[in-house]
Design a protein around this ligand. Sequence first.
Ligand code: NAG
Ligand code: NAG
Length: 381
Amino acid sequence: MFFKSSSRSMDMTALRGMLLLLCCHGVSSEFHSLKYFYTASSGLSNFPEFVVVGLVDEVQMVHYDSNSQRAEPRQEWMEQITRDRPDYWERSTGRFLGDQHDFKGSIEILKKRFNQTGGSHVYQKMCGCEWDDEDGDTGGYNQFGYDGEDFISFDLETKTWIAPKPQAYSTKQRWDQNRAYNERNKNYYTKVCVDWLKKYLDYGKSTLQRTERPSVSLLQRSPSSPVVCHATGFYPNRVVMFWRRDDQELHEHVDHGEVLPNHDGTFQVSVGLNLTSVPPEDWMTYECVVQLKGIEDILVPLDPARIMTNWGGDGGVQSNIIIGSVVLLLAAAVGVFVGVFVFKRRNDSAKRRQAGSDTSSVDPGEQNPAPEAQPLNTEVN
Ligand SMILES: *[C@@H]1O[C@H](CO)[C@@H](O)[C@H](O)[C@H]1NC(C)=O
Ligand SMILES: *[C@@H]1O[C@H](CO)[C@@H](O)[C@H](O)[C@H]1NC(C)=O
């Protein structure tokens, strides 16, 4: 595992309870997506106080933290952006620096509002948009969490804020009154964000629009556990996986896992099937199906001889995968991709600085009136 020092794992334990579940805002993996995670923390010695991570189709493409104080590409194709927008990195850095200030202010306000004097605290924002390249459907979301619980979220339909916690009521009241801010938010999540998503997909098409075939295995932790169909090494993340019997997709006794990133830029996913009430002679009538656009369906019959188990000789297969996934999810949450994702990152900062200086004498707003690439933020008040 990559969390080596004990103080680091203590931080991870502290964080675990404070992070929102990233999986559950109802995003289907059949869409293209652009997401940003903002994480401000206090009292965690081993993490930067502020981290921003941006992902396209679950692939991290931008990173900012309060140590480096620079927006940096995490994919080679992101460097091409300066062709069309020479000041992209300068402007992004400026935006995130402002956000850092707002988020640090917010966490102090939230601590007071929750009557907290010390300890570790995390304030997060998760936001982004989706686009279905087949029917053109789009969607967006923008939500904030404090210490692992929903704090406030934006309703795109009504352009108002939803505050599930009493400590967020006053923020809701103030933000609801800021019509211009809400209008710009709606415009960002329904239009600007989707336009940027399409741009990123185009810049990165040689990697983002490739197809990699998964390897699929059947795993079982103990003789009474569900049999898990596990696919790994696939790309893109838009995968469909299910169990079926006699050409009928099964919905009962089935447990669908989340699609999770691997360290090499591919993805993994699992679907468990509880077979307690199925007599062994019927097992062969079941099969696991994996569908990925651009390749033929992969069919794996439920052959007991093919199941890798945790008992007997080869222990630990499944639990390692699951632990690895949880850690990856957590890492994604706090943006500690350093050392997890090893991307080729050529040192183009000199080139970028030069690109920036070309336009530095021009007011960026006048020179390029296009909307900002990043979401809007404001301090909690
Ligand atoms: C914080 O303290 C104030 C005053 O002591 C009290 O009225 C309020 O209910 C407390 N809030 C919380 C979240 O504990
Ligand atoms: C599997 O199903 C049986 C009965 O259908 C149930 O008792 C058992 O708890 C289930 N196991 C899991 C891991 O869900």
